[in-house]
Design a binder for this molecule. Structure first.
Ligand code: AMP
Length: 282
C-alpha cells in the first residue's frame, strides 16, 4: 500500500493502472476510520482490481462555527485499517494541495440540498460537491462508494454524477451500527459516557418510525410526531431536524406512498449526530 499526498502522484499511479486495464474503486472519506468506512472499502475491494481511499478533512464543507479544527484525525490508525483491508493507495492531500492559494471554482446543487442537512449546514453541500468532483477528476474511478449513513449526500452525489456526466457509477452501501444500534460515526468519539447512552435516542426514534410504517401507518406527520416525542424524553438531546421526505427528490411528504427517507439530526450535548432509514416501496 502506498500513501501519497500529491495529485500528481495519484495521476501517475492511475495512469499506469489504466494501461494495465485495471478497474478502480474509490472510497472518499474524512478519515478516523471505523467499520462504516471499512464496509465501503471491502465492497470496493470485492469489485475492483485496485482501491483508492482518500482521507481529507475538507475545510470547504465546514461552516464557521463547526468542528473543522477538532475533527478527529489519526493517520497511523487509518493506515493500518486500509493496509489490513488491502487498499492499494491512500490519497492524503493537504488543504493547500487541494485548493492552492487562489480557488474560484465551485460545484453546487439546488433543490436536493434545500432541506435536511443542507438547511442546517448551508455551505456543506457546495463543499462536498466541489471536493468530490475534484477527487473524481483526480482518481478517475470506475465506481465510487458512499454510505447511506449520509443519505442526502448519497442522493446529491448520485445526482451530480448524472447531471455533470461523470463517467463513473455511485454505489450506496448500508449503514453500519454499533451493537446497540448507534450508527458508527467518527463524531461518536466526541461523546462522553452519558452522552453515548443518550445518543441511542436517534436509533430509538427511527425504530419507532420503522415499526409504525411496517404496521401500515402512512401518515408522515403522525410518525414524525412520535419520533419527536421520543427524542424529547432524553434531556441531553436537542433536535436539529426530524424529517420524512420523498427519497427521489428529498422533499417533505405528508403521506408515505412512495419510497421515503426518514432522517434526523440531533445534538447530543454539543455533538451533532445524524441517522436515517430508507423505506423502499417498489
Ligand atoms: P466521512 O469520513 O464521515 O466523510 O464518511 C466517508 C464515507 O463513509 C461516507 O460515504 C459515509 O456515508 C460513509 N460512512 C460513514 N459512517 C458510516 C456508517 N456508519 N455506515 C456506512 N457508511 C458510513
Amino acid at each position: 500500500m502506498k500513501t501519497v499526498s500529491t495529485i500528481q502522484e495519484v495521476r501517475e499511479i492511475v495512469k499506469k493502472w489504466r494501461q494495465e486495464n485495471c478497474s478502480i474503486g474509490f472510497v472518499p472519506t474524512m478519515g478516523y476510520l471505523h467499520e462504516g468506512h471499512e464496509s465501503l472499502m471491502k465492497a470496493a475491494k470485492a469489485n475492483h482490481d485496485k482501491v483508492v481511499v482518500s482521507i481529507f478533512v475538507n475545510p470547504m464543507q465546514f461552516g464557521k462555527n463547526e468542528d473543522l479544527d477538532t475533527y478527529p484525525r489519526d493517520m497511523e490508525h487509518d493506515s493500518a485499517v486500509c493496509e489490513a483491508i488491502g487498499v492499494d493507495v491512500i490519497f492524503h492531500p493537504s488543504p493547500s494541495e487541494m485548493y492552492g492559494e487562489n480557488f474560484y471554482t465551485y460545484v453546487d446543487m439546488d433543490y436536493l440540498t434545500e432541506g435536511l442537512c443542507g438547511k442546517s449546514r448551508p455551505v456543506m453541500f457546495r463543499g462536498v460537491c466541489t471536493v468530490v468532483s475534484k477527487l473524481f477528476n483526480i482518481v478517475q474511478p470506475d465506481k465510487a462508494y458512499f454510505g447511506q449513513k449520509d443519505a442526502q449526500q448519497l442522493a446529491v452525489i448520485t445526482r451530480m454524477v448524472k447531471d455533470l456526466n461523470f463517467d463513473l457509477e455511485i454505489v450506496g452501501c448500508p449503514i453500519v451500527r454499533e451493537e446497540d444500534g448507534l450508527a458508527k460515526s467518527s463524531r461518536n468519539s466526541y461523546l462522553n459516557a452519558d452522552e453515548r447512552k443518550a445518543a441511542l435516542v436517534l436509533h430509538h426514534a427511527l425504530t419507532i418510525a420503522q415499526n409504525l410504517i411496517e404496521s401500515g401507518e402512512t401518515n408522515a406527520l403522525l410518525i414524525k410526531e412520535k419520533m419527536i416525542q421520543e427524542i424529547k424524553k432524553e434531556p441531553l438531546a436537542r433536535i436539529d431536524y426530524v424529517e420524512i421526505v420523498d427519497w427521489e427528490n428529498i422533499k417533505a411528504i405528508e403521506q408515505i406512498h412512495k419510497s421515503a427517507l426518514i432522517a434526523l439530526a440531533v445534538f447530543i450535548g454539543k455533538t451533532r449526530l445524524i441517522d436515517n432509514f430508507i423505506h423502499i416501496i417498489k
